[in-house]
Design a protein around this ligand. Structure first.
Ligand code: UDP
Ligand code: MG
Length: 331
């Protein structure tokens, strides 16, 4: 059984060699993993990540890599990796060693027992209070809104069987929210807990705005419930307004015309304008997504692959292509 380790890397030059060594050491020692390959995806790093990957690929035949033409984001990098992976099972792993390589054998073991998805769930010990609290809140919110169930702490560190990978790859949407996609495909899954290691090298690539964006993406790209919520809110407001109108008419009949009410009027008008804006924005989010989907752009552009590195010492067994054949191919 060949396990492909798909590793998205963005400016990870500091950690890649350690990562390669730690994983190789563990996997060679673990009897459950009989063969494995690395598939690194350089997500348009601006540091020497690509140079390190070339070096690793030249040194170790089990290392393959893809390099994207610019930073397309982790989702795109993971997709490129999943597409390129040839293994019978694929493990998605961060390059920063926050996903302990020691868990790989456990994952392979559970996969052997018949699970198509093996998810590592990190405990939140050692995380900041604020981050823990926001994560809790987010998951509670998201699970109310989404059709698929997300579990707090389950990230991208997981093993997928070949058929699970194929299922994920059959989903072609451009706005990819992997956590949701993985949950959507189903298949027998199992979860085990692990303690998250702190990042020892390099820095986290997430900023708060990015996390917010990612979170919003998760809610919006998975269902149309926000649109439904806008409908309900609109209906509730309409009912409220009708009640208020009745009350005004009633009070005029009982106690005569009463002109003051400027403040109420302004308050109601601005509040309603705000509500309208929000609803239009919700619709706009969906329209924007449709716009992105219909363009059908590829998720990423490749710049370089391992094939160049491995092919470098020209193999003597392959006959050189005749000039006419090359010309034919060019045409
Ligand atoms: N990553 C990536 N592209 C990006 C941002 C991150 O490929 O635009 C990779 C990064 O190199 C790492 C993984 O995604 O392997 C997780 O990133 P990071 O450790 O910064 O996130 P955190 O662990 O803080 O959530
Ligand atoms: Mg990390």
């Amino acid at each position: 059984m060949l396990i492909s380790l798909v590793v998205p890397c963005y400016n990870e030059q500091a950690v890649l060699r350690h990562f390669h060594r730690r994983v190789s050491d563990h996997v060679t020692a673990a009897p459950v993993v009989d063969s494995y390959e690395f598939l690194f995806v350089d997500d348009g790093s601006s540091d020497d990540t690509l140079a390190v990957l070339r070096e690793l690929a030249a040194r170790d035949a089990r290392v393959r890599y893809l390099s994207l033409s610019r930073n397309f984001g982790k989702e795109a990098a993971m997709l490129a990796g999943l597409r390129g992976a040839t293994g019978d099972a694929v493990v998605l792993m961060d390059a920063d060693l926050q996903h302990p390589p020691e868990l790989l054998s456990r994952m392979a073991e559970l996969h052997r027992q018949g699970f198509d998805q093996v998810l590592a769930r990190r405990t939140r010990t050692g995380d900041g209070l604020l981050r823990t609290a926001t994560a809790r809140l987010y998951y509670r919110l998201v699970n109310r809104f989404m059709d698929v169930e997300l579990v707090d702490g389950v990230g991208d560190f997981r093993l997928l069987s070949r058929r699970a990978v194929d299922a994920v790859l059959s989903l072609t949407e451009s706005n990819r929210f992997s956590k949701g996609l993985f949950a959507w495909i189903g298949f027998p899954s199992t979860t085990f807990g692990y303690e998250n290691a702190a990042r020892e090298y390099g820095t986290s690539k997430w900023r708060l705005s990015g996390l917010f964006e990612h979170g919003l993406n998760g809610v919006i790209s998975f269902n149309t419930r926000p649109l439904r919520a806008a409908l309900h809110l609109g209906l509730a407001l309409l009912l409220g307004a009708a009640g208020y109108a009745l009350w005004i008419v009633g009070s005029v009949l009982v106690s005569g015309v009463d002109t003051p009410g400027y403040a109420t009027l302004i308050a109601v008008m601005t509040a309603l304008a705000g509500v309208h804006m929000v609803m239009i924005a919700v619709v706009g989010e969906y329209v924007g997504r449709i716009f992105h989907e219909v363009k059908r752009r590829p998720h990423y552009v490749l710049k370089e692959t391992h094939a160049e590195t491995h092919a470098a010492p020209a193999s003597p067994t392959e006959p050189p292509r005749s000039p006419s054949a090359a010309a034919k191919a060019a045409r």
